[in-house]
Design a protein around this ligand. Structure first.
Ligand code: SF4
Length: 98
């Protein structure tokens, strides 16, 4: 599920490409995706923050979305479409409307 990146590092298979797609990513980018190993994802993945999920803009998020032709996230994306965050201790609060 990982591949060598240089002598001392490894990366998730599929992420070390010009047009990356992680082997652990399920779903259709731009519609609905999820990480199949979320609880065991790498430190690199844990360090990545989606723009405004913490109230702040994150350039890496914008660049990743742009590679797939997706617009930058905005604060309104969270207000209008709450996201289920597995790390959140109050899952009912962030549960999307049915
Ligand atoms: S969070 Fe999951 S799907 Fe995304 S890059 Fe990391 S391992 Fe892959």
């Amino acid at each position: 599920m990982t591949e060598d990146v240089g002598t001392h590092y490894r990366a998730m298979a599929g992420t070390n490409k010009t047009h990356p797609r992680c082997i652990a990513l399920n779903g259709i980018i731009g519609h609905a995706v999820s990480c199949s190993i979320y609880e065991n994802r790498s430190s690199t993945c844990r360090a990545f923050t989606a723009s405004y999920s913490d109230g702040e803009y994150h350039e890496d998020c914008a660049k990743a979305r742009a590679r797939y032709g997706l617009p930058e996230l905005t604060p309104e994306d969270y207000r209008d479409n709450p996201i289920v965050n597995p790390d959140d201790n109050e899952p009912e609060k962030n549960k999307p409307a049915a």
